[in-house]
Write a protein that binds this ligand. Structure first.
Ligand SMILES: NC(=O)C1=CN([C@@H]2O[C@H](COP(=O)(O)OP(=O)(O)OC[C@H]3O[C@@H](n4cnc5c(N)ncnc54)[C@H](OP(=O)(O)O)[C@@H]3O)[C@@H](O)[C@H]2O)C=CC1
Ligand SMILES: O=C(CO)COP(=O)(O)O
Length: 325
């Protein structure tokens, strides 16, 4: 296939390298012209994914070229703008996947809903989600992810075409469930990072992950996603990876907060996007309007707004009234 990838951060670059190594012809675009020049000159993404050479069949472009599939791998905050650029370039009906995880701020839309708004004539809109650290995919280590779309015939065919011995793709028609799991697990990764950084122990980590999944399930149900999807790669799979894996940037933010860093300091030190930070506010807004109880997300919102301190989090969560499971 001819695959176009928007966003030359860690994830866009890893996907581009992976698909190029598996015989697809790939173009990679970044909004940052100087970064594009550096990529073309050195053939290595020094800023976001060092140590991996860009294969010859991967072109770093300034203008979008024709494509059979476009993948938007920018942060969610840049998804709408990137989709608009595709639409303006005449690629608005090319099959498209969002590879970012989160809710759009202000609108509260999930990635596939943003794409549908910007590209109303596109019949093939989906998301790529699931447990997948960029570093490991770039290394060509085995990985399994979810491709989800309301257009199930298309997404199933796409999963078959893209499937290879390194990346196994599972098709799913429940795009809401897949996107909710992918978005909110980042919030739980920040929470477990904090707990681990404060040496609360493994019991606490697993309690947060499990009760985190309970609150993700409540939100998912209220938004119309299926609970079965949360048992899969884009739900439980990505929750486990991100809450326990040392490569997770969201988990790292939690660890830095536990060290006493402020949120801006933690994000500067990270140098990458941590979507959970932006997801917290939107999830709280939706949870309130839908009447969904999300105590872990709510406590993080209080922390980010300076209404509580990192050392008080465990006590606040543990002091809540007993509930049934
Ligand atoms: N890294 C990973 O392992 C995985 C990440 N994801 C998801 O992929 C998405 C991207 O993450 P990741 O690549 O890791 O992030 P990074 O922080 O590594 O890179 C972000 C990239 O987005 C670019 N960008 C920022 N603003 C814009 C904009 N307005 N228009 C176009 N591009 C922009 C940045 O460019 P510049 O800095 O030059 O401005 C940079 O190239 C996130 O939603 C993340 O959750 C999903 C699975 C795995
Ligand atoms: O989504 C991811 C892996 O599936 C990446 O998580 P982080 O953004 O926390 O690194």
């Amino acid at each position: 296939m001819n695959i176009g990838i928007l966003g030359a951060g860690a994830w866009g670059t890893a996907l581009a390298i992976h698909f190029a190594l598996h015989s697809h012809k790939v173009w990679l675009w970044t909004h940052n012209v100087r970064h594009a020049q550096q990529l073309r000159q050195e053939r290595v993404n020094r800023r976001y994914l060092p140590d991996f050479v860009l294969p010859d069949n991967l072109a770093v472009v300034d203008e979008f070229a024709a494509a059979d599939l476009c993948i938007i791998a920018t942060p969610v905050a840049a998804l709408r703008e990137s989709a608009r650029k595709l639409q303006a370039a005449g690629l608005g009906e090319v099959p498209v996947l969002a590879a970012c995880k989160g809710f759009e701020q202000q609108t509260g839309l999930l990635p596939q809903q943003v794409l549908a708004e910007v590209m109303p004539a596109n019949k093939c809109i989906g998301i790529l989600s699931g447990p997948s650290f960029a570093q490991e995919l770039a290394q060509q280590l085995p990985c399994a992810v979810t491709l989800a779309s309301e257009n199930f015939a298309w997404i199933q065919a796409l999963a078959t075409v893209l499937n290879n011995t390194v990346l196994r793709l599972y098709a799913n028609a429940d795009v809401v469930g897949a996107a909710v799991g992918g978005a909110v697990k980042n919030v739980m990764a920040i929470a477990t990072g904090i707990a681990d950084g404060l040496h609360c122990g493994i019991n606490a980590r697993v309690a947060l992950m499990t009760r985190g999944m309970a609150e993700i399930s409540r939100l998912n149900q209220a938004l119309g996603g299926l609970s079965a999807t949360l048992m899969g790669l884009s739900g439980m799979g990505d929750l486990i990876l991100t809450c326990t894996g040392s490569l997770s940037r969201n988990r790292r933010v939690g660890l830095l907060l536990a060290e006493g860093k402020s949120l801006p300091e933690a994000l500067t030190e990270l140098g990458h996007v941590a979507e959970g930070v932006y997801t917290v506010e939107e999830v709280c807004r939706q949870a309130t309007s839908l009447g969904v109880d999300m105590p872990i997300t709510t406590i993080l919102q209080q922390l980010f707004e300076g209404r509580t301190e990192v050392r008080a989090l465990a006590e606040i969560l543990m002091e809540r009234a007993p509930r049934v499971e």
